[in-house]
Structures are given as C-alpha cells and as structure tokens.
Design a protein around this ligand. Sequence first.
Ligand code: TEU
Ligand code: CA
Length: 545
Amino acid sequence: MTHPWWKTSVVYQIYPRSFMDSNADGMGDLNGIISKLDYLALLGIDVIWLSPVFKSPMDDNGYDISDYDDIAPEFGTLADMDRLIAEARVRDIKIIMDLVVNHSSDEHPWFESARQSKDSPYRDYYIWREAQPDGSLPNDIRSYFGGPAWTFNPATNDYYFHQFSTKQPDLNWDNPAVPDAVYAMMNRWLDRGIAGFRMDVIDLIGKDVDNKVLANGPTLHSHLQAMHQATLKGRDALTVGETWSVTPETARLYSAPEREELSMVFQFEHITLTFDPVHGKWKPREFDLVALKQVFAKWQTELAGNAWNSLFWNNHDLPRAVSKYGDDGTYREASAKALATALHGMQGTPYVYQGEEIGMTNVAFESIDDYQDIETRNLYSERLEQGDSPEALMAAIHKNSRDNARTPMHWNGSDNAGFTTAKPWLKVNPNYTTINVEQSLADQNSIFHHYQRLIQLRKTNTTLVDGQFELLFPDRPQVFAYLRKTDAETLLVAANLSTERLTLQLPDKLRTETARVLICSGTPVTGVSQQLELAAYDAVIVSLS
Ligand code: TEU
Ligand code: CA
C-alpha cells in the first residue's frame, strides 16, 4: 500500500527561542537550529515543525505576527531561513512552518491602519463591534489569556475582538480579502521550499462572534476546502491543524483524503482528561491511565481507514510528558522510554517535542516573576484577584504552565546547558547538569537512543504504519498494551506505566513460540510465549507472528 510520505514520517517540533542560541544574545535562532541539524538527522526525524519565526512584537512569543513575509530579527533573516530549508533538505529533513492566521499582531500594518479610522481599507480585516446601548461590552466572550475578548479602541470609539491577548486581534475571515491574502502568503512560503504548515487554532477561523460560536463555526470547512484548492492542491504537503475542539467525527471532516482539507489534526482529548471542567488546567486532576487508554483506543479505531491520527504527548503549550504522565524522579529514564513506546506503537504520525527525546522535565520556579508566558502571568494575576492563594496557583503553574516546555534545550552540562553564553531569555532548568544531549548520546541505553530505535522501526516495519489497533487489558490501571495487526504480522505493544513488576497473561490467540522482541526499553525480555513479565516502567514491542 503506497502512503503519502507523512504517514511514515516522524515530526520534531522546535520552539526556536529555546532551541539553540548562535549569537550570544540569550535567544535561540535559525543559525542555532542549522548548527544542530546533524543531531536531528542522527535522531532520525523526517520533518521539523518550526514554531513561528516571523516578525513579531513577541507578546505571545511569535504567535502574534506583524509581518508574515519576513523573519523576526531575533531569529535571523530570510537568507538564514532559506539556508535552513536547504541544509535540512541535504539531510532529507523537511520544514513545516506555523500558520497563525486566526489572528495577527496588533502591530501588523493591517491592524495599525484599521484601528485609526473606520474608513481604513483594512477596517474589515478585523472584527469590530459597538458597545451595547447600556455601554457594556458587545458580549461576554472571554479571552483565553484572561479578561474580556473585547478591547476598546478610542480612535474609532468601538471594540475589537481578540480570543487571545489584547495584542492578538482576530482576523475577520468573513471578509474575502483575508483568506485571499492568507492563501497568497502560504503560496509564497510553499514556493520558498517549505513542506507544509501546522495551523494554529485553525478550528476558530469560521467563528460567528454575534452568536458566540467560536470553534467549529459555520464557515470553517468551506474556508479549509478553499484554502486547499488555492494553495495545497497539487503540492505534496503536510498540514496539521491545531483543533482543541475536535472529536473523532469532526476529525474526519478535516482529514479524510477525499475532503481535500488537511492531512491530519492535533486532538487534545488525552490532554484535557486532567483539566477541570470549569477551571481547565488551573485546577488539574490526576492522570488516570484507564481513561487515557480508552481515549487513545477510540481515536485509533474511529479514524482507522478514513482519516489519520497525529500522536503526541507534549508541545510548547503543554507540560513535559515525563512529568505529567511518567515519573520525573527515580524512574525518569525508564518512564520516558515507556511513554515513547506506548505512543510510537500506535497508528498515526508521531510528533517529538524538543527535549522530550532526552527526558527533559517540568521546572518549578520559585517566583511568578521567573515565568515569562503571557498565559501563565495573566491567569496568575486574574485568579489572585479572584481570591485563589499564591501557593495553590504556583502549584498549578508548576504542573501546567506552558513555560515547563519552554526552558532552554539541554545540550550539555556547561553553563546554561550549552544553549547560550549570554543570559538566557528564560531560566534554564537547573537539572541540565544530569539531563542533557551530550550525556544521552554517550549512553546506548538512553532515552535518546530509545527514540532513535523507535523512529528507525517505524521506517522499516509496515505493521506499525498499517496495522489495525486492538486495546488489551483495558481495565488494568498500570499497563498500556495493544495489538497492531495486518494479514502478515501481529505486533504486541506493552508498556508498564507503574513502578510495580507486572505479569501479563497473554490470551491463547497470542501464545506463540516464535515471538520476536523488536524493541525493549529496559531489562531484556525473553520467552513471551505464555505470559509477559514487565519490570517497573518497562516497555516492549514484540512481533508475535
Ligand atoms: O494555542 C492555542 C491554545 O488555546 C492554547 O494555548 C491553550 O490556550 C492553552 O495553552 C492550553 O491550555 C495556540 C498556540 O499553540 C499557543 O502557543 C498560542 O499562544 C495560541 O494558539 C495563540 O496563538
Ligand atoms: Ca540568538
């Protein structure tokens, strides 16, 4: 069965400001990434998802773009970007960029013009509403980053809409000039040699603000189909939509090939399992493996054959996988490898977030002043005013602040983890002295080498790509085990996500004398025939036939 290239690829996400600083200004940059391409080639990844590097006032670290056609000077120049694309291609690595078009920066020339006068030619690129007759806000929609989603604009005596910060005004996709401008910009970047896009909160572009429909709005899929025709059709591109609202049913609308919209989407149901229904991640619930397995099983079975899953534990917005789902203390290495095995054994395209491959952990800065993320800082202030205690807020921030994922990459044990020779823009996690690339590369049993083997296996084993998923032991709270089956082969993937030693009695249909262990994360596993013994946080992929 021939597949599009992205079904057998592994994607590595780079958050540029935290990856590698090449010019001693404390900020990661494009030349820093170029200097680490050999490392990424050694890991074996096929695609880099580059978080935004466009011109931006950096209110939301680049997710507030003021020029979609130029590179932020903090990160480098267009020539550096061209060189990154070329140097990556030499290593068979493709680059996809972050398309942030639900909103722009308020310093984009479009908005600077629109906010000055109702007669601006760019006025309708954004969403403006008058106050209600009693002077209150146009409606009660709140911003994700705290406060109302409406900000008053004195020059035109009305309000503009922003679902994120006040410096991220939402674009008005009902105005045809907006999609036209976006599609032209996308084509310029595709012509420049990138291989596709990750699409920031793309489920929000069809919004109907007056009826308070924000995600999955009435015009969403017509825009995505128009976008596909105008930019992606005929190009062998990878697109992945960030869609917090998606369900298996709507995921098919985005990613069924015949729909000609996107290649795949990021679903977040396995992430929001630990979110409080009212307070979200700021009153986090404990992670429950039985519930998590059911979510993964649902997505695996419901997208099989008609759409395509993305597979991820973390990204630049989420806590570090080993801290949230594993054990970032005694069993850090073992649990990180077990989590990787459990994820990479499933059907879909795996995404590795920078530092995940060496088991980087959450950070627990003492003071809110050490945190830089706008979402973290705004929610701290807002909830403090609402009466939450600083201690409770800092505990929630230690668990779920986006800065957990944004502390600088650990290259080695030298100052600032070898990330920079200057003062880093965000403090380095103090555990870099024992958790870093240099130490990982020197240890054949490291997390890095386990990721390398998992990525290599995906390239050589077609059952990992095509095999039908079947969950095993659904009710056991310590183990995540499943089958991947084709006519030719049955794989057993089993991860002990606990500190207990486990014995799994294999069902008769799986008992075989010819089992071959393809990969194991810890103590070598032998004799799988009747049962499978897994030590604390051990994981295996076994070919049963
Ligand atoms: O994130 C969308 C988003 O909703 C998450 O940031 C969410 O608010 C939270 O972090 C999860 O609890 C995307 C980008 O990934 C994020 O970095 C940007 O801040 C945001 O959109 C606005 O562009
Ligand atoms: Ca720099």
